[in-house]
Design a protein around this ligand. Structure first.
Ligand SMILES: Cc1ncc(C[n+]2csc(CCOP(=O)(O)OP(=O)(O)O)c2C)c(N)n1
Ligand SMILES: [Mg+2]
Length: 360
C-alpha cells in the first residue's frame, strides 16, 4: 500500500512593486493612503536614525553597531501591524521595530554607546532587549508566547530571526514547541540575503526558509517581498489577528544594503553588481514614487521632514552622551542574587575606584 501522507505549498506575495505600482486585488481595505504615508515617514526616520548611529560609531561616539539600511520595510511593516498588547522579540537589528513601538530614542543611542542600562525597555514598548547570540531569542519568544496562552491574555508574540538564525537548533526547537502547543507566536524570518559573509543559498538546501515551519506543523506560512512595506504589514497583521488560533511563519525577502556591523567590510565578499541590483528594489523609493504620484510626497516634503526630525535626534544623542554609568551595574546585572565572590570583586572595584577616567 502506498498513499500520499503530506503535501505542502508556500505562497509568495508582493503588493507594491519596485515602481510604486499597487496590485489592487491584493491591497487590503484597511490600508489607505494615510496609512502608507505613515509607513513612509517611519521608514525615512528609521533610515535617518540608522545613518546617525553609523556616523556616531565612525566618530568613536558609539560602539559596534548593526545597521538596518535596506530592511526598513520588513521592520516598519511588522512593527505597525502589532496591536498595543502584543510583544516583540528582536535579535540585534530591529531598531525600526523599537522606533515604531515608541522606544525613547535616547535609550537607542545609549545602548549603542555600550551601556546595558539602556536595555531596561519601558513596559509600554512591549519588547525584549537586543539579543546578540544568534537565535537564542527564539526559545525565549516561544516561552513568552506560552505565557500569553497560559494566562489567556490574547496577546501575540512576534519573534524576529535572521536567515542565518534559521540554521540554529534554537530556531527549530522554538518553532517546534510553538507548533506543538499551538502558541500565539509569529516568527518573522528577516531574510536579508546574508549572514555576515554567508549568502542565504549556502545556509540551506531548502527552496525557502519559510518551509521550515512546515515540519513544525505550523499551518500559516507565507513568503513576502520584505521590501514591500504593505505586503509585510498585511502578512503580519493577518498572522497577529489569527494568533489566538496558533503560530505563523513569515519569511520576508529583503537585503542588507549596508554592513553586517561596523566591524564588517562587505566589499570583501559581495559584488557591487548585487548591491546595485537590490538598490533598484529599495523599500523607501517605491513608496515615494507611489505617494508622489498621488501628490502626497515630494523631495521638498521629505527634506522638511528630515530637517524637522533633527532636533529630536540631536537631543536624544545629547541625553545619551550625558549618561553616566554606574560601574557597579557590571556586577549587579549578572545574577538575580549576587554570589559572594562577585560581591567581593565589586567591593574591591569600588574601593580601588579603578574605572575612574576610563568610562567617561
Ligand atoms: C550563537 C552565535 N554564533 C555566532 C555569532 C556571530 N554572529 C553574529 S551575527 C551572525 C550572522 C547572523 O546572520 P543572520 O541571522 O542572517 O542575521 P543578520 O546579521 O543578517 O541580520 C553571526 C554568525 C553569534 N552572535 N552568535
Ligand atoms: Mg541575514
Amino acid at each position: 500500500m502506498k498513499k500520499e501522507v503530506f503535501r505542502g505549498n508556500i505562497d509568495y506575495f508582493q503588493i507594491m512593486d519596485e515602481n510604486g505600482n499597487v496590485d489592487a486585488a491584493l491591497l487590503p481595505q484597511y490600508v489607505d493612503d494615510n496609512k502608507i504615508l505613515e509607513m513612509l515617514k517611519y521608514m525615512v526616520l528609521a533610515r535617518e536614525l540608522d545613518a546617525k548611529a553609523l556616523s556616531l560609531q565612525r566618530q568613536g561616539r558609539a560602539v559596534t553597531y548593526a545597521p538596518l539600511l535596506g530592511e526598513e520595510a520588513t521592520q516598519v511593516g511588522s512593527g505597525m501591524a502589532l496591536r498595543r498588547e502584543d510583544y516583540f522579540v528582536p535579535n540585534f537589528r530591529q531598531h525600526a521595530v523599537y522606533l515604531v513601538r515608541g522606544l525613547p530614542l535616547d535609550l537607542f543611542f545609549t545602548y549603542w554607546r555600550g551601556y546595558e542600562e539602556a536595555q531596561k525597555i519601558p513596559e509600554s514598548v512591549k519588547g525584549l532587549p537586543v539579543i546578540v547570540p544568534v537565535s537564542t531569542q527564539m526559545p525565549h519568544a516561544a516561552g513568552v508566547a506560552f505565557a500569553q496562552k497560559y494566562k489567556n491574555t490574547g496577546a501575540a508574540v512576534i519573534a524576529f530571526v535572521g536567515d542565518g538564525g534559521t540554521s540554529e537548533g534554537d530556531f527549530y526547537e522554538a518553532i517546534n514547541f510553538a507548533g506543538e502547543w499551538n502558541l500565539p507566536l509569529v516568527t518573522i524570518i528577516e531574510n536579508n540575503s546574508w549572514a555576515i559573509s554567508e549568502p542565504t543559498k549556502k545556509q540551506t538546501a531548502a527552496e525557502t526558509l519559510a518551509q521550515k515551519g512546515v515540519a513544525a506543523g505550523i499551518k500559516r506560512i507565507v513568503q513576502v517581498d520584505g521590501n514591500d512595506v504593505i505586503a509585510v504589514y498585511k502578512a503580519v497583521k493577518e498572522a497577529v489577528d489569527a494568533s489566538k488560533d496558533g503560530p505563523s511563519v513569515i519569511e520576508a525577502l529583503t537585503y542588507r544594503m549596508g554592513l553586517h556591523t561596523t566591524a564588517d567590510d562587505p566589499t570583501k565578499y559581495r559584488s557591487d553588481e548585487e548591491l546595485e541590483k537590490w538598490k533598484l528594489k529599495d523599500p523607501i523609493a517605491r513608496v515615494k514614487k507611489y505617494l508622489n504620484g498621488k501628490g502626497l510626497w515630494d523631495d521638498e516634503k521629505e527634506a522638511a521632514f528630515i530637517e524637522q526630525n533633527k532636533e529630536m535626534i540631536d537631543s536624544a544623542i545629547e541625553k545619551a552622551e550625558s549618561f553616566v554609568p554606574d560601574p557597579k551595574s557590571m556586577f549587579e546585572n549578572l545574577y538575580s542574587f549576587m554570589p559572594d565572590v562577585l560581591k567581593e570583586e565589586m567591593d574591591e572595584a569600588v574601593k580601588e575606584n579603578f574605572w575612574q577616567g576610563d568610562l567617561q
